[in-house]
Design a protein around this ligand. Structure first.
Ligand code: G6P
Ligand code: MG
Length: 217
């Protein structure tokens, strides 16, 4: 594998499905504010930062809040969210995820995590997979949200690999855009009609092989 030297993985929706916990916490927050937050609207929050997610939720309910109130609401949501992720176990790792990341390492390909979540370390610890990654870039290390490529470029930099030799695995449109904006290859995890900017789309890491990565454009 000469053309692939590093694989960078998003966390939520690629390694583990935390979207359901984010959704429950946002729904609870919305209910407290007097409106319902639908699963359909929740799709808009994928890959989006906590504060931007709150703004979208408030927009859906037609509610306006001051900056100070928003800080407090985002903190409340995070308290409920962390209560749930603290109960997670390795059984919640998505099918094939651990095996695929390990197969990269076995083939001499460097691995990194590139996630917007400030809770990444808690989740990786709960899943017992911190050691699967040579570098971990999370929401605490970046200032610009996806589709800005900062999170992935920092990952490549920590691994000392140039962007054109990196493949990013992403379930969010903004994440695929970030990878492409960073000059990297992108494998979409999910629906090819939605992630059409990706170089290749699969339903999960159980459906991709290192051989397939070699032939990416
Ligand atoms: C990921 C998820 C988003 C979430 C964001 C921030 O990108 O896909 O839904 O809002 O991380 O997560 P955090 O754990 O920092 O609130
Ligand atoms: Mg994601």
């Amino acid at each position: 594998m000469n053309n692939i030297k590093a694989c960078i993985f998003d966390l939520d929706g690629v390694i583990v499905d935390t979207a359901v916990y984010h959704y429950k916490a946002w729904k609870r927050l919305a209910a407290g504010l007097g409106f319902d937050f639908s699963e359909h609207d929740n799709e808009r929050l994928k890959g989006v930062s906590r504060m931007r997610s709150l703004e979208i939720v408030l927009e859906c309910g037609g509610v306006t809040k001051t900056d100070a109130e928003k800080e407090q609401l985002a903190a409340q949501k995070n308290t409920w969210y962390t209560e749930m992720i603290n109960q997670m176990t390795p059984a919640e790792i998505l099918p094939g995820a651990q095996e695929f990341v390990q197969s990269c390492r076995d083939a001499g390909i460097k691995t990194a995590l590139g996630s917007a979540s400030k809770n990444s370390m808690t989740i990786l610890n709960k899943l017992n997979i911190v050691n699967l990654f040579d570098a971990i870039i999370d929401g605490n290390k970046v200032s610009k949200a996806k589709p800005d490529p900062e999170v992935f470029l920092k990952g490549a930099e920590e691994l000392s690999i140039e962007p054109q030799f990196c493949v990013v695995f992403e379930d969010a449109i903004a994440g695929v855009e970030a990878a492409k904006a960073g000059g990297m290859k992108a494998v979409g995890i999910g629906d090819a009609n939605i992630l059409h900017e990706a170089d290749m789309v699969v339903s999960g890491l159980d459906k991709v092989t290192l051989e397939q990565l070699e032939i990416l454009p």
